[in-house]
Ligand binder design. Structure first.
Ligand SMILES: *Cc1c(COP(=O)(O)O)cnc(C)c1O
Length: 399
């Protein structure tokens, strides 16, 4: 097998890339996969090489053949100049903000961003002299009016965590760039396979590899890809922080990469089937899923995205808390827990009214987030159907 040329890396279609990128059969001594390289010390052949600083690998914190294979593959599918790897998705958010911001700067953050990211902004960034202002995720070109002279970064997440508002990222990016601000995006929901961040004006794109890249709920990983303008500064920031992911996690993420498109496409298919089924249920007030034609974010989603993932939300008609608990507690297949994007289905109640500050979220009923797994869709419907029966029984006071 020939080594992939740079021309081939660009020419090949996404499924071929996912199979062949980041593999160096020579370095793996003929084995198909790059092994998990473990190590701190890297040896130099002589003093001249040691002093030249030209050896590719120099120390464990600066990368290994395993992490290099993963970051090169990720950069190629993201259309990025380079990618940094860190031990979790939240660490990737932290690193991207540390790359873009300095003391005295102002950050504009989507009100629908992943909640733990808000905590980092409101506590740590604040302590370091960076002020955060939250904005309506649907602001579009209106972001311009919120920019201050010291606004150095605009953070987007589309669709938003839990509430799934679709943002007009090209419009926001154009306004941010016109004033010299960096655009940071949490692209975990779509992954680079369904939304090309850098082609839409994003400078630093965050992915929680914990979700679809892993696909098996067995690792934590974060990736930050950058365009040519921002990669040198990202690289410097990450090298100084010295927080590489563990070798086994990088290895497992590379393994996940091989099947990521197949799993995502299946999650998309399953989620759409379940979303349509739920939308027709009498207990459901609204299904929030950007790929549904009546979703408020549908037009922008259709313009900018090439697919939808397996994560969506549901607003139930008003029901008491204990009835929703009766529905969820008895589920056979749906697990209840944080994270998502694994092979197994998850469901979790959520309430974003508690932490929003720039917008008021009033869904009008209990809200549930569903991550659809690879189980048979009919079994999943039957599980939820029995759940709805428990909900009705509890409302009627029979439970
Ligand atoms: C899960 C998640 C993260 C954080 O990833 P971890 O690896 O769990 O730290 C960041 N952003 C989004 C949108 C997520 O869903």
């Amino acid at each position: 097998m020939k080594k992939l040329t740079d021309e081939a890396k660009k020419r090949l279609r996404s499924r071929s890339r996912l199979v062949h990128l980041g593999r160096d059969v020579e370095a793996s001594r003929g084995f198909v996969n790059v092994p998990p390289f473990r190590g701190s010390t890297v040896l130099f052949p002589d003093v001249a090489t040691l002093k030249s600083r030209k050896q590719r690998f120099t120390y464990g914190t600066h990368g290994t053949p395993t992490t290099e294979a993963l970051s090169e593959a990720w950069s190629a599918i993201s259309g990025a100049a380079g990618t940094a790897l860190v031990p979790s998705g939240l660490a990737a958010i932290v690193v991207s903000l540390m790359t873009a911001l300095s003391a005295g700067d102002h950050l504009l953050m989507s009100d629908a961003a992943y909640q733990p990211a808000r905590i980092f902004c409101d506590a740590t960034l604040k302590r370091m002299g960076v002020e955060t202002a939250y904005y309506d995720p649907l602001v579009g070109t209106g972001i311009d009016a919120l920019m201050r002279v010291n606004t150095r970064a605009v953070f987007v997440e589309s669709p938003g965590s839990q509430s799934l508002e679709v943002q007009d990222i090209p419009a926001i990016a154009a306004a941010a760039h016109a004033r010299g601000a960096c655009v940071v995006a949490d692209n975990t929901w779509a992954t680079p396979l369904f939304f090309s961040p850098h082609a839409h004006g994003v400078d630093l794109a965050v992915e929680a590899g914990t979700k679809y890249l892993s696909g098996h709920s067995d690792l934590l990983l974060g990736l930050v890809s950058a365009n040519a303008e921002w990669f040198p500064r990202l690289r410097k920031t990450v090298d100084m922080m010295a927080i590489p992911p563990g070798p086994e996690d990088a290895f497992l993420a590379l393994r996940g990469l091989r099947t990521m498109e197949l799993r995502l496409r299946e999650a998309e298919r399953q989620a759409l089937a379940l979303a349509h089924w739920l939308a027709a249920r009498p207990e459901v007030a609204r299904v929030i899923h950007p790929a549904l034609a009546d979703d408020p974010g549908h037009a922008i989603w259709k313009r900018d995205f090439s697919g939808s993932s397996g994560l969506f939300s549901v607003v139930l008609k008003p029901a008491p808390e204990h009835a929703v608990a009766a529905m969820l507690d008895g589920l056979e297949l749906f697990g209840m827990g944080y994270s998502w994007g694994g092979y197994e289905s998850l469901i979790i109640p959520f309430d974003c009214t508690k932490y929003r500050t720039a917008t008021r979220w009033a869904p009008g009923g209990p809200t549930l987030r569903i991550s659809v797994g690879l189980e048979d869709i009919e079994d999943l419907k039957e599980d939820l159907d029995r759940g709805f029966a428990r909900l009705a029984a509890a409302v009627d006071g029979q439970a």
